[in-house]
Write a protein that binds this ligand. Structure first.
Ligand code: DQA
Length: 137
């Protein structure tokens, strides 16, 4: 089984960015643990701060991966283009967030991803990604 993880803007700074909200671990450390936990899964990981690059990656993996885990970060709340990209591809997308966006500012309560995603997992810290993997299994 092939699972693609796609992270959006500022998630390259996990571990140092607002640790009270996003924790102390880098995504690279977490991703290494995930690969050990699920040796039967072939993972690929992509991060970009650029909206169009995230759309390109959805197009790249969206016809060959068995599942996509997408944390579009701030673009979640703004990007019609990312929502349309999910509609355009074959592979199911699980939307994840590290924080509980509904417990935060009002502008984080809107998502252009959720209506097009298979499901939504949020608020469990980085463990949100593991739960998304489990859902594909
Ligand atoms: C986030 C929540 C978003 O509102 C925010 O812009 C992020 C991270 C999360 O994982 O909790 O950058 O997607």
């Amino acid at each position: 089984m092939k699972i693609s993880i796609i992270n959006g803007p500022n998630l390259n700074l996990l571990g140092q960015r607002e640790p009270g909200i996003y924790g102390n671990q880098t995504f690279e450390q977490y991703f290494a643990d995930l690969q050990v936990k699920f040796p039967q899964i072939e993972f690929d990981y992509f991060q970009s701060n650029i909206e169009g690059e995230l759309i390109d990656q959805l197009h790249r993996v969206g016809f060959s991966s068995d599942g996509i885990i997408l944390n579009a970060a701030a673009y979640t709340h703004t990007s019609v283009g990312l929502g349309d990209a999910i509609k355009a591809i074959d592979t199911s997308v699980i939307e994840v967030h590290i924080s509980n966006t509904f417990a935060r500012e009002d502008f984080r309560h809107t998502s252009f991803i959720t209506p097009n995603a298979k499901g939504l997992i949020l608020g469990f810290g980085l463990d949100s990604y593991r739960l998304a993997v489990e859902s594909f299994l």
